[in-house]
Design a protein around this ligand. Sequence first.
Ligand SMILES: *[C@@H]1O[C@H](CO)[C@@H](O)[C@H](O)[C@H]1NC(C)=O
Ligand SMILES: *[C@@H]1O[C@H](CO)[C@@H](O)[C@H](O)[C@H]1NC(C)=O
Length: 504
Amino acid sequence: MAIKLSICFLFFAFSLTQIFADESKEFVLTLDHSNFTDIVSKHDFIVVEFYAPWCGHCQKLAPEYEKAASVLSSHDPPIVLAKVDANEAVNKEIAAQFGVQGFPTIKILRNGGKDSQVYKGPREADGIVDYVKRQSGPPSAEIKSAADASAFIGESKVAIVGVFPEFAGDEFENYIAVAKKLRSEYDFGHTLDAKLLPRGESSLSGPIVRLFKPFDELFVDTEDFNVDGLQKFVEDSSIPVLTVLDTDPKNQAYIEKFFTSPRTKAMFFINFTAEGAESLQSKYREGAELYKKDGISFLIGDPDVGKSVLEYFGVNEDQVPVILILRDDNKKFIKPNLEAEHISTFLKDFKDGKVSPHLKSEPIPESNNEPVKIVVRETLQDIVFNSGKNVLLEFYAPWCGHCKKLAPILDEVAISYQSDADVVIAKLDATANDVPTETFDVQGFPTLYFRSSSGKISQYDGDRTKEAIIEFIEKNRDKSAQQEQAKEKAEEKPAQKEQEKDEL
Ligand SMILES: *[C@@H]1O[C@H](CO)[C@@H](O)[C@H](O)[C@H]1NC(C)=O
Ligand SMILES: *[C@@H]1O[C@H](CO)[C@@H](O)[C@H](O)[C@H]1NC(C)=O
């Protein structure tokens, strides 16, 4: 499920004139293909923004980025911020090399450009300065005093502190390795003295890692110093047991994390002001506590804020309260019009594999008399797979212009097969019905597939003309026994003619 990110995408590749008419000294270095490698290779640490002049978010960032560059130029040692116009054809290779997909993309380059990492910090000057300073320092900051600790941990973010008897040994090295990997997303610190920390048992001498968070149990410990295990611990424990989908800015980072995570996602949509909402919420939370360890993330939200999720599942507001689950293999599961006492049973049944996946389908049409037959998910099996007919199936989207252009052509094809009971021309709205992805690869619209009566499936990539489509169908269809005979006769005839000719 894609969620909206505040970047402009490359495919809006039109161009506007750049209007930064600032005459004064620029602190942000301008780099291009002629000097990028040379300059980057001279820096142990440099920040590079890939931008496009027409991108609104880039224009908004520019003065903040410049202000931050001016502050950071007097840092000891100075920190350089640079920018590359990635819309310029000559610079596209550099952008591609750093995997730039949208604008602005900011990268932190270390080691003369050998290591790169995505900038995930704020977009206003003070925030940029803060974040970049931390990124330019060691991957984990030493905590030496209670004041260090309270400044580092704070009240409103995730922070991770390793407690060690000495800053050496395998555990410490693995901790630093994880900090290096995840430093763009989390703050890492280390200390010799657990008494400095604000929460938890303070007589520990370690090695132990304590993750502080502003939600749920407020801190959690691990003694797993395996690099992968520690990384998983950090990623899993920094997601709330229950992510709340609303418009509160404080929640947005968690919501983004929820939707971009590869875990199975359970989402509960309820009317928070309706009667009984509280007991629904508390039952759901109990389920979340119970099953979070099974690789399931839980979210609760208002159906209005989650409209696009409901649409994705093909669910209506009158099915609320509803639990929607998107399993890690992209299969959907739903439980509509829930009551509080259903929640734990449903979640348990889901976990035990006892719930069948939900297939999004339009209702079966009451009449289907047009030449091109309407297929919905629920009739796909009957019309396409089990009908024993040769079926040409178009996957379309209602908004798709090429599909609209193809429609009258498909009509003509269908009309020319109206007297042939063995051929069906059909269409399926792939935005309103689930496509069985194990059989059909639908990446764009229209996508045309042909299934012969004996089950051979092929994709149609030819011209979108009546003649080309009919030729394809004739070449790929399976003939009925009757037609085979007719065909043999037809082929015999010219042969006889040849003979006759010979005899003449
Ligand atoms: C890199 O080259 C471009 C154009 O050739 C120039 O405008 C820019 O100032 C150069 N950057 C540096 C840091 O020398
Ligand atoms: C939510 O419930 C309240 C109280 O029953 C009701 O007034 C309101 O219309 C409901 N909202 C929606 C979107 O159904």
